[in-house]
Design a binder for this molecule. Structure first.
Ligand code: ZN
Length: 249
């Protein structure tokens, strides 16, 4: 069994809660990028990711913070302010780590990307974009059963698995048929789907009677949101970054 987490965004309180939530059988934790940006603990989050030897890919914030060539005009003013703040605090060692990360990882049955199959900066937010990326997944990566993606901070699965299952279920979803699937575990450090709790997925299986595909279970994790908010305010980051954590948007 392995876990997939995404979009930590410098929120150490959420990251620690997620790591504490993981059952003992988890052998590896994949991270889909954006370890830093927005939250008050970028170095502490990098340190945890590195200590645990997570296979991790870079997100757009990781690169914006560590690559001075990044044009911040692409970021909204609040995100740009957070990038500038993080640039001023990230250690040389953590900056080198983030800058060196691959943009995708490829396992036996799974692909790991930040944004989408075709573009690490693309947001998969509608069924048309999901469909185009699923078609590309099938043609370019024939053995892949599931592609994990982040970037939107919204839990999502496409296509929906048989039997009316959804991302709100805590029961494992059998992805053994009708695949391949795109799966977004949601965000650890800055959820944007109206939920204030952190989320991630556990991947195991195949279950009995399935066609050999993975089983994916969503996990929903309460953490000390107020402490994370207090850290953001004390750091002098834009206060909207603290407010949004309790609103999940
Ligand atoms: Zn992000």
């Amino acid at each position: 069994m392995y876990a997939v987490i995404s979009d930590i965004h410098g929120n150490l309180e959420a990251l620690e809660a997620v790591l504490d939530d993981m059952p003992e059988g988890v052998e590896r934790v994949y991270c889909l990028g954006d370890v830093v940006g927005y939250g008050a603990s970028p170095n502490e989050c990098c340190d945890r990711v590195r200590e645990l030897g997570m296979p991790v890919i870079s997100g757009n914030h990781d690169l914006a913070v560590t690559d001075p060539e990044t044009d911040l005009a692409w970021f909204n003013p609040v995100a740009a302010a957070a990038v500038e703040w993080t640039r001023g605090r990230i250690t040389d060692s953590n900056a080198a780590f983030l800058f060196s990360l691959p943009r995708t990882l490829h396992g036996e049955e799974a692909l790991f990307v930040h944004g989408s199959v075709r573009d690490p900066d693309e947001y998969i937010v509608d069924s048309a974009t999901a469909g185009e990326n699923l078609a590309l997944l099938k043609s370019e990566y024939p053995g892949i059963r599931v592609c994990f993606f982040g970037h939107t901070h919204v839990k999502a699965i496409a296509p929906l698995p048989p039997g009316g299952a959804s991302v709100a279920d805590s029961e494992p979803l059998d992805l053994g048929s009708n695949g391949p699937y795109l799966v977004n575990p949601g965000s650890v450090g800055q959820p944007r789907d109206g939920d204030s709790f952190a989320s991630y997925v556990l991947v195991g299986g195949p279950s009995e009677g399935s066609e050999g595909g993975p089983e994916v279970a969503y996990r929903f994790v309460e953490y000390d949101v107020e402490k994370a908010q207090a850290g953001i305010r004390a750091a002098g980051l834009p206060t909207v970054l603290a407010d949004r954590l309790s609103q999940g948007r």
